[in-house]
Design a protein around this ligand. Structure first.
Ligand code: IPE
Ligand code: IPE
Ligand code: MG
Length: 247
């Protein structure tokens, strides 16, 4: 594992990594256990990736924890996930502070159960002075929800004269998204073998590199982050240009 880590070029790190933590249910099912057992065991993987990313020098880590579509799951599963969030935040704030990591959240937090929202806001407040890395939880989040919200904000701005329609550019649009304070992720990782975006960061991932891992989320360890980073560093990011123009 140390060998993998030593191959990573510290001068070519993504500043922001986005992760779709997927496969908890299948991980549990393979062991004959209920789906929620998988969610409980996904917490260790969250700790692993947060620590590894901060140690190596990543500045922003966004974890997709609950999508707007996930409300359609069985009530027991939804309730367990919300409860697990409360417990995890309470338990992890100390470690976040020890690691100098600041907790943030994106998504429609107003629709979360009040217990969950309170724990989250408290965790955000208690880590707000940390500076090494932002750990951003996407909760009751979806890319389309965020884009629609931005469109409505901008339509209001336009109606009350705060912005001229012709002045609306990418920067202005981005400022209306819930990710306005974070740079766009350069790398997106998804576990579980699924190769889709599932409504995650639709605007922000336009030019991200994608890395799909064939493992289930509870099995994610630091070495998987190193693998993803090495894969990222072996790619040529052309942004529409030719290879010759890049080198
Ligand atoms: C990801 O694992 C966790 C959440 C979506 C909350 P899943 O629960 O989606 O697990 P699978 O994909 O069904 O195996
Ligand atoms: C995406 O995973 C959402 C999160 C990881 C929170 P899902 O398991 O909900 O995605 P789909 O439904 O399989 O695309
Ligand atoms: Mg899934």
């Amino acid at each position: 594992m140390e060998e993998l880590k030593s191959q990573i070029d510290k001068d070519n790190l993504p500043e922001h990594i986005a992760v779709i933590m997927d496969g908890n249910g299948r991980w549990a099912k393979e062991q004959g256990k209920p789906r929620v057992f998988g969610h409980k065991n996904g917490v260790k993987a969250v700790r692993e990736i947060s620590e590894a990313a901060a140690e190596i020098g990543v500045k922003y880590l966004t974890l997709y924890a609950f999508s707007t579509e996930n409300w359609n799951r069985p009530t027991l599963e939804v309730n367990t996930l919300m409860r697990l969030l409360v417990d995890t935040i309470h338990r992890e704030v100390k470690t976040l502070n020890e690691n100098n990591i600041r907790l943030k959240a994106i998504g429609d937090l107003s629709k979360l159960p009040s217990e969950t929202r309170k724990a989250l806001l408290k965790g955000i407040e208690n880590t707000k002075n940390n500076t090494r890395m932002d750990l951003i939880l996407a909760l009751n989040y979806s890319g389309r929800w965020d884009i629609l919200k931005a469109v409505k904000t901008i339509a209001m701005d336009s109606r009350n004269g705060a912005i001229d329609v012709n002045a609306i550019d990418e920067e202005y649009f981005k400022s209306a998204l819930s990710t306005s304070n974070f740079p766009d992720p350069e790398l997106m990782i998804r576990t579980s073998g699924e190769s889709r975006l599932s409504n995650f960061l639709l605007w922000e991932l336009s030019y991200a590199e994608f890395h799909f891992l064939p493992i289930y989320w509870p099995d994610f360890r630091k070495q998987h982050l190193y693998e993803s980073l090495l894969s990222y560093q072996n790619r040529e990011r052309r942004f529409g240009m030719t290879s010759e123009q890049i080198s």
